[in-house]
Design a protein. Structure first.
Length: 405
């Protein structure tokens, strides 16, 4: 029994058949949202039923779009730790600070949630070949779940994509192609190949199910705080699926009666070298403009134009949150500070949230007694190419002055 009923356009509300392969809205080209029979979910399950279920995002089965459990493609993603970072919090006068740590998830980033869900749905819909233009972590996750599902994966990556991402795709047997151009050029190559190859492209928000995987982060935070939400959520935004998914699921949880009508203030963070969403936010616009010459070492945030920009902006505004950018230098300083103070080697995208938090505290946007959750979206171990080893060398037999170490 599935409670997933249909797909609905997030912009114009047009309904689409969920038993067919769908991409974006056939009327207006915007992303589609999965809709559920929430009354049926209410009858089937209540929050206490989740206690003791499997420690992955699949514990929320009733709220997910996969209909037959045989189609679930999983490596154990989700149910990540929500860590009270007291020392880090104290350093900025905020005792109730938490990090939702997605760094320990399969494939090393939270892209696993979205792609586990999308690949599972692709399997359910009878798709055999996946394709993705990607400059990074999405490709690593897609190809891992593709391999797990026994599907063929084709990845088109800009030549300057990080080696770690090329290698993780290659090792699981994906067909990896490097493009002497930009991510947009890679996107065009995939699109042009679709008719001939029968690929299912899994680009961000161009299929409806990655959002459903990422929304589980919002349910987890609610459950981990005993079905309450924090005052503020700070989220590093690229394509926006995570913030969009969480904002969507909060409404679902409220309709189920599992949480109240209060919402966290949603703060969307980008890097100053690629900040289309903060720019649109500051200018009071509903949609963002393409960001020319996007550049940041937080590769997951290097998205010059997001199809779901209007949804991110809406979540930030409706919740009383905001959108702001931070520099790469601030980001790297925060990677070091968080690692030294909490032992968490997080990715630059995740560290951007802490840099942003410092700004909004300075601007008086957060009270000292408020509960704040930062999202760390991936492991720093995927980013070792950004660092250099800095350690003295001893020769064998050399006399070491231990006290001076
Ligand atoms: C893709 C990515 C992001 C941005 O995610 P969205 O939910 O699409 O905005 C953030 N951090 C990392 C590590 C990523 O790989
Ligand atoms: Zn539409």
């Amino acid at each position: 029994m599935s409670n997933f009923t249909h797909l609905e356009c997030s912009k114009c509300g047009h309904k689409h058949d969920a038993d067919k392969v769908q991409t974006v809205c056939t009327e207006c080209g915007k992303p589609l949202f999965a809709r559920y029979d929430l009354e049926a979910i209410k009858d089937a399950v209540s929050p206490k039923d989740f206690v003791g279920r499997e420690a992955s995002m699949w514990r929320y089965w009733e709220l997910l779009p996969v209909k037959d459990e045989a189609n679930k493609v999983s490596l154990g993603e989700g149910w990540t730790p929500l860590i009270h970072v007291e020392r880090l919090g104290k350093s900025i006068g905020l005792p109730d600070l938490w990090i939702k740590d997605e760094g320990i998830i399969p494939t090393g980033t939270f892209k696993a949630r979205g792609l586990a869900m999308a690949v599972s749905k692709a399997k359910e819909l009878g798709i055999e070949k996946l394709a993705l233009p990607s400059a990074g972590n999405a490709a690593g996750s897609m190809t891992a779940y593709g391999a797990r599902a026994g599907m063929e994966s084709y990845v088109f990556m800009p030549m300057d994509a990080p080696d770690v991402n090329k290698i993780e795709c290659q090792i699981v047997g994906a067909k990896v192609f490097l493009v002497n151009g930009l991510i947009t050029d890679a996107g065009k190559m995939v699109a042009d190949g679709v008719p001939e190859m029968g690929w299912f492209p899994l680009s961000t928000l161009k299929e409806p199910y990655r959002v459903e995987g990422k929304k589980t982060m919002g349910i987890e935070v609610a459950e981990q705080f005993d079905w309450s939400l924090p005052d503020v959520i700070v989220y590093p935004t690229g394509g926006g699926t995570g913030i969009i998914g969480m904002w969507k699921v909060f409404d679902e949880l409220e309709e189920l009666g599992w949480i109240g009508s209060e919402r966290p203030r949603m703060v969307s963070v980008q890097a100053s070298g690629c900040a289309p969403i903060p720019k649109a936010y500051a200018e009071g616009k509903e949609e963002s403009e393409f960001w020319q010459g996007a550049e940041t070492l937080a590769a997951g945030l290097r998205v010059p134009h997001a199809l779901g920009d209007f949804l991110v902006l809406n979540a930030a505004r409706e919740s009383g949150g905001s959108a702001l950018s931070v520099t790469d230098e601030e980001i790297m300083d925060c990677v070091g500070q968080i690692a030294r103070e909490e032992g968490l080697f997080i990715c630059p995208e995740g560290a951007a949230t802490f840099a942003a938090l410092k700004h909004i505290i300075e601007d008086g946007e957060v009270d000292k007694d408020e509960r704040v959750v930062l999202f760390n979206t991936g492991s720093g171990l995927k980013y070792t190419s950004l660092f250099e080893v800095d350690a003295p060398v001893f020769n064998v037999g050399e006399k070491i002055d231990y006290k001076s170490l």
